[in-house]
Design a binder for this molecule. Structure first.
Ligand code: PRP
Ligand code: URA
Length: 213
């Protein structure tokens, strides 16, 4: 249920498609929108974390002791780009409850559309973990590129970026600036408008998640 073009993986599962269509609807309210963001994040993470390392632990069944695989939470750090990325955290955390969480605060300047950093808190030992950066929107790609750079500066080596809706412009920039990063995309849209919003898109993800407009 996925197609790959180089390091970009398009998640084509009908459940993901259906839920993103519901998110696009301007009549979808804040509560339902949040639920959908979380559900899509969970479904995407199921695919994106397919190569997460496991370790063997001893477990005793009703019949015998046996060594069986478990995911070590210490192997994953989820990094939401504030604000909108916060909406995706719970969905991923449901699958990997022991994952660490880092935060990167970025906002796009409304005139220049360039990202500005206002917060950066990443867990120790990030070099030993897979970093899954999450943000619903990949528009120009400026925010994603800066977030990847911050994770690399903190020592991150294995980095994945997961979004819900992407513009071709953002994918082009992110893969050009960070060709080593795997990019997971829920829906590939047509492009950007003059204000660098994704078309058809779903509007301002942060505002829709937090009900600020
Ligand atoms: C949105 C979105 C991304 C960014 C994408 O955040 O959540 O972080 O824009 O645009 P880009 O690819 O052109 O950088 P925004 O700056 O609106 O901040 P918010 O999440 O706090 O609303
Ligand atoms: N940020 C959003 O929230 N939506 C877009 O379409 C582009 C950037």
């Amino acid at each position: 249920m996925e197609t790959a073009q180089g390091n970009v993986i398009y998640l084509n599962h009908p459940l993901i498609k259906h839920k993103i269509t519901c998110m696009r609807d301007k009549n979808t309210g804040t509560k339902e929108f949040n639920t959908l963001v979380s559900e899509v994040a969970m479904l995407e993470a199921y695919e994106a974390l397919g190569d997460l390392e496991t370790e063997l632990v001893e477990v005793e069944t009703p019949l015998m002791k046996t060594m069986q695989p478990v995911i070590s939470g210490k192997k994953l750090v989820i990094v939401p780009i504030l604000r909108a990325g916060l909406g995706m955290v719970e969905g991923v955390r449901t699958l990997v409850p022991a994952a660490r969480i880092g935060h990167i605060g970025l906002y796009r300047d409304p005139e220049t559309h360039e990202p500005h950093a206002y917060y950066n808190k990443l867990p120790d030992g990030i070099e030993k973990r897979t970093a899954l950066i999450v943000d619903p929107m990949l528009a120009t790609g400026g925010s994603a590129c800066d977030a990847v750079r911050f994770v690399k500066e903190a020592g991150g080596k294995k980095i994945k970026f997961m979004c819900i809706v992407a513009a071709p412009e953002g994918i082009e920039r992110l893969t050009r600036e960070h060709p080593d990063v795997q990019v997971y995309v829920g829906a590939l849209d047509d492009g950007l408008n003059a204000n660098k919003y994704i078309l058809p898109g779903l509007g301002d993800a942060g505002d829709r998640i937090f009900g600020t407009k």
